[in-house]
Design a protein around this ligand. Structure first.
Ligand SMILES: [Fe+2]
Ligand SMILES: [Fe+2]
Length: 214
């Protein structure tokens, strides 16, 4: 990450950027997206609105980095959930969503590259905890119907986390990003909602199967 992005203080950014020319940035080895971001940041500073926009923009970038890590964790977790599931309908739903998840990660790559010139994932602790819970459910269930019901419960917790994250990110993008990025984030949000609705339908049958009155 370019060092000036780590600085929040107005003075540091001013000192860092004020004397740097495009040639200077090229000599520093900054690529074109970094250079254009640096100059738009300096431009904002001179307009006097850096502090106002920088806080939300920084939060937006942090949250994008975090959900990128979440999507990467999901891409690793879903194959294990698919393998552990018994019902074909559940396996197919999870497989379809794994394919959508690859697209979600690709959209985030695009947004991050266009918005700040790099992808710098920030470990998502929330997703790590949800996935760990799901692994416990798979490990602890001795009945396959109960395991399926548990996998659905774990997957829906993950979807709801993503829905909250993408709803927030879409709103942030509308304020400090671009309408194109807001549209991409909204597309992902709709796919997360759709995946959640499919799981709700499968749960109707799966929960009945798992329910074995004593
Ligand atoms: Fe996703
Ligand atoms: Fe998802």
């Amino acid at each position: 990450m370019p060092f000036f992005l780590r600085e929040n203080r107005r003075g540091c950014i001013c000192r860092t950027l004020a004397g740097i020319t495009p040639r200077g940035l090229r000599q520093l080895g900054w690529s074109s997206p970094h250079r254009s971001f640096a100059f738009s940041t300096l431009e904002n500073f001179h307009r006097g609105d850096l502090l106002k926009s920088d806080n939300l923009q920084k939060l937006y970038f942090d949250q994008l980095d975090q959900i990128h890590s979440a999507e990467t964790q999901i891409r690793e977790a879903l194959p294990k959930m698919i393998e552990a599931a018994s019902e074909m309908e559940l396996k197919v739903a999870l497989q379809n969503h794994l394919e959508e998840t690859h697209v979600h990660a690709a959209r985030l790559d695009q947004i991050l590259l266009e918005a700040k010139g790099m992808v710098d994932p920030k470990h998502c602790k929330g997703m790590a905890a949800l996935i760990s819970e799901g692994e416990d459910v798979i490990h602890d269930a001795t009945d396959e119907s109960v395991r399926d019901a548990g996998i659905i419960a774990a997957a829906q917790k993950i979807e709801h986390y993503e829905m909250a994250a993408y709803g927030t990110l879409r709103t942030f993008a509308e304020i400090v990003g671009t309408s194109q990025h807001a549209g991409l984030l909204d597309q992902t949000l709709e796919e997360e909602k759709h995946a959640d609705a499919i799981l709700t339908n499968i749960a109707d049958t799966a929960n009945d199967k798992a329910h074995k009155p004593a």
